[in-house]
Design a protein around this ligand. Sequence first.
Ligand SMILES: [Zn+2]
Length: 235
Amino acid sequence: MTLDGTNTWIVMAPGSTAALVIDPGPDDESHLQSVCRVVADRGARVTTTILTHAHLDHSAGAPRFAELTGSVVRPIGRGHADLADGSVVRAAGVELRVVATPGHTADSLSFVLDADHALLTGDTVLGRGTTVVAHPDGELAAYLDSLERLQALTGAGVATILPGHGPVVPDASALVAYYRAHRAERLEQVRQALADGADGVDGVLERVYADVPRDVWPAARLSIAAQLAYLAERQ
Ligand SMILES: [Zn+2]
């Protein structure tokens, strides 16, 4: 489910001696060490670490990374007590605006880096493939609202997406539009499958996700459960 691994983003203003790190990633000593090395090679040190959400492939390395760097980690573990929608993170000579984008998980955050016209999306929007709505923590209604928020941001200065997995996305607007269209299409397929008599998550899986490789079926099951819950609430 991590594609080619989790992206760890290092953000710093030109010439800054401080660095901000987003998502140190899993608890992988060699990866954490190499992040420290990249920052040190630029004559800087990590002063602040933030997380897009609490999934372990993004957050499990945070405690060890805090030890290695002495940086403040906001937030750590479960919940985002000290980062909320609309708050601004100032570190490393840059400002990041926090945008709550629940849906993949309840705690998912995105960060707007106005200086680079960039949006850091964690797992809300990926550089490749599409996102899992991780039912029951993740919810489809919230996810659709979050995509709408991201779409609005792309109309207000955001050009590029720096995702939690996969490559940088140069056309943020096109990708978010694709995600919205894809979600609507899947939902329609699920609605149709139910109308045709598909029974439960696996019934829908067989009809709608037959084209999806088997190794991502566990993820597909979560997204189907999220869609069934969404449709059930709206009957
Ligand atoms: Zn995740």
